[in-house]
Design a protein around this ligand. Structure first.
Ligand code: SIN
Length: 519
């Protein structure tokens, strides 16, 4: 096995990972290890924008309040305060590095999304905000000769010695060769786990790798039951669950049922602009009532040129399926979108393990609580990507790089990957998605526990097998936490216990035994 040494390692290359790498590069050599090509991440596909207080009509306290309300009382106040207060500085810095956001009359153009009390969402190329931020970060990172991109290299496990993470065991996907990467500190920014579900807006790389690796290394995970389903993904035969940005409703789009009636106000006074978890459930209940598998998004009453210019990517993608969003109703239904839970961190991105920092969707900073406010995630990526890197430098720069030998393990390969993935995704969608109950959660837990038996004491032989293990582990924590929360809150809805749980408790995993602890 080859050994490689860098001052710092960043795992993942979305917005949080790239931002962390840029910060770290001022203090030493940085390896950005990514299992695909640099930048491939959920960040890349984020459409709507970045929520940030840069508009004269806005106020830090309004953004904080909106975030706390959307999080249904389970956000960490300090984490929210840090995000909102530091957000404007980080976004100005991005602009200075070349990110181009849409302008109106010489000023940034702000739009509204659900559960925001003012227009505070900035966007780029209409509906390609994530792409533009990733592009500008990649370009800026490219100026640092000490940032090394390590592509198509997937991570298997953290290397740990005396409670400190000393590196990462990885495999080169093309050659199958194993590498041990060692560093003073590792920043995990591997993103979410949308691939747990058969309907998701996430790219194929979103397989919960960082959370599962951290769990196996005995770090602490938090809020694993809280998963966000985006209300409006394209629902069309043969088409992926392509995201139809919340900003479409922010610009005035309606949600309609099969009878051409708007229905959202039946479920919440804010109608289409209620918090995202509420709108997803409204669609879900309306589909159940009308015994159908989709609703419609309607922009036909809006100015056609405005719609085309404001949502160019969505317009062209829907046209590929014969849907003209300026003329036709768009069939939509909810899809897995964002993990609020993840590796528990404080406001410096510190985890329970020395030398391990986490940021972006892989982390649970407490910013999102039980339900993320729309467009807070790209902001979280830059702010906490920067903060976790700063903390890693502050706390680990003096560390020696230790070359911990990985344990030897027999290899295991999943022969029927397609079936195994389909079984996990179908189980999760049926029992652990928008609406859950005890009977279904127990079925999911049984299924995932049985599946994971194959992996005991073994090491996955290839990337797909490694991803299946990670998905099954994260799915099991999601189902166990959902069962351990006897009531509904934010994105976690129990149809057998629909009352809102009033206790402000959180659920944690930290023993690699899947025992949820409530505190
Ligand atoms: C969207 O454009 O609706 C997605 C943005 C987000 O998830 O915050």
């Amino acid at each position: 096995m080859q050994h490689k040494k860098f001052d710092y390692i960043v795992l993942g290359s979305g917005v949080a990972g790239l931002r962390a790498a840029i910060e770290l590069a001022a203090h030493g050599d940085v390896a950005v290890i990514t299992k695909c090509f640099l930048g491939e991440s959920s960040s890349e596909y984020a459409q709507g924008g970045v929520a940030v207080v840069l508009n004269d009509d806005d106020d830090i306290f309004l953004h904080i309040d909106d975030t706390l309300k959307a999080g249904d009382g389970l956000c960490d106040r300090d984490a929210v305060l840090t995000l909102v207060e530091e957000g404007p500085r980080y976004i100005r810095e991005l602009i200075a590095w070349g990110a181009q956001f849409d302008m109106h009359g010489g000023n940034l153009s702000f739009t509204r999304e659900a559960a925001h009390s003012v227009n505070r969402i900035i966007h780029a190329q209409g509906d390609a905000t994530g792409h533009e931020i990733v592009r500008s970060l990649k370009e800026h990172a490219g100026k640092f000769l000490n940032i090394y991109r390590v592509e198509y290299m997937y991570a298997i496990d953290f290397l740990v010695e005396d409670g400190r993470v000393t590196g990462v065991l990885t495999v080169d996907e093309k050659t199958g060769e194993q590498f041990a990467y060692y560093s003073k500190a590792v920043v995990v920014a591997t993103g979410g786990a949308g691939r747990l579900f058969n309907r998701t807006t996430n790219p194929e790389v979103a397989t919960g790798d960082g959370a599962a690796m951290a769990f196996r290394a005995y770090a602490e995970l938090e809020d694993m039951e809280f998963y966000q389903f985006h209300p409006t993904a394209l629902h069309f035969p043969g088409a992926p669950a392509f995201l139809l940005s919340e900003s479409m409703r922010g610009e005035g789009a309606y949600l309609k049922n099969q009878n051409n009636e708007r229905f959202c106000t039946k479920y919440h006074e804010d109608g289409e602009l209620a918090p995202r978890d509420v709108v997803s459930r409204s669609i879900f209940f309306e589909m159940q009532e009308l015994n159908t598998d989709h609703m419609y998004l309607d922009l036909t009453h809006l100015d056609k040129d405005f719609v085309k210019n404001r949502f160019p990517k969505i317009h062209s993608t829907c046209l590929e399926y014969g849907i003209d969003i300026t003329l036709d109703l768009i069939p939509v239904s909810p899809a897995a979108h964002y993990y609020m839970g993840g590796i528990k961190t404080d406001t410096e991105g510190r985890t329970a393990l020395k030398g391990l920092y986490a940021c972006g969707e892989a982390a649970c900073t407490g910013v999102h609580g039980a339900n993320r406010l729309a467009s807070n995630s790209l902001l979280e990526g830059v702010v906490y990507g920067g903060r976790s890197a700063k903390a890693a430098v502050r706390e680990c720069n003096g560390f020696d790089i230790l070359e911990t030998e990985p344990e030897d393990r027999p290899l295991i390969k999943e022969e029927d990957y397609t079936k195994a993935l389909r079984d996990i995704q179908n189980t999760m969608w049926l029992y652990v998605s928008v609406s859950r109950n005890e009977e279904g959660l127990k079925k999911a837990i049984d299924f995932l526990e049985n599946y994971l038996v194959h992996f005991e004491g073994k090491r996955p032989a290839d990337r797909k097998t490694a991803e299946l293990r990670n998905l099954a582990e994260v799915g099991l924590m999601m189902a166990k936490a959902a069962l351990a929360r006897p009531g509904s809150r934010g994105g976690h809805y129990r149809d057998d216990l629909p009352e809102r749980m009033s206790e402000n408790t959180h659920i944690y995993f930290s023993d690699a035994e899947y025992n949820p602890r409530i505190r």
